[in-house]
Design a protein around this ligand. Sequence first.
Ligand code: PAN
Ligand code: ZN
Length: 189
Amino acid sequence: MYEKIPAGFFTAFDRQNSLLYNADDYEERKLSDLQGCFVAEEIRHQMALQENKTVYRVYKKTAPLVAGELLQAVTVLFPGTVNGEFFMTRGHYHIHPKCAEIFFCLGGRGLLLLQKGNETKWVEMKPDVIAYIPAGWGHRTVNTSLAGPLVFIAFWPAVAGQNYQRRLKEPFGKRVFQADRSYVIGDGD
Ligand code: PAN
Ligand code: ZN
């Protein structure tokens, strides 16, 4: 289908299989990887010991980790809850303080939570929304629909790096719970 384009120079969103064609790195996060993310930590732990569902998958296209290069990844965040709190990504801050990021929503429904100090903002994610994450803001996505996965592609500088510890001292200020057919945003930690 894409044989005339050199493989290093393009990717494609494979809508049918919900993955990044030509990706060269893959990550799968299960409930057992999400320690400390949900209010109901003990329930998450029990769920991880039993079914240990996959919460999300990330298909990434690598590039040299030097200034000027860009990375891209498709995240597929599955539907589900831990005791009524919607499935989410771990969330992180970029190590490099001057690295922003862009998320382009490809499918599903969700929220992008943004955190800086005590300030929390959020963006509703639905197909075709392009969310901008300014440099310095922590970011986490939440799938607010049990009907299907939230799928988005992210683009960010290769030198950004990801810090998963900082959310422990600078936590996301909002949590997202199931409510009837929709969601409610509650206070975080
Ligand atoms: C995204 C995220 C992806 C998974 O590609 O890495 O959605 O979330 P966690 O990294 O928080 O587990 C991104 O923000 N890259 O920088
Ligand atoms: Zn990021």
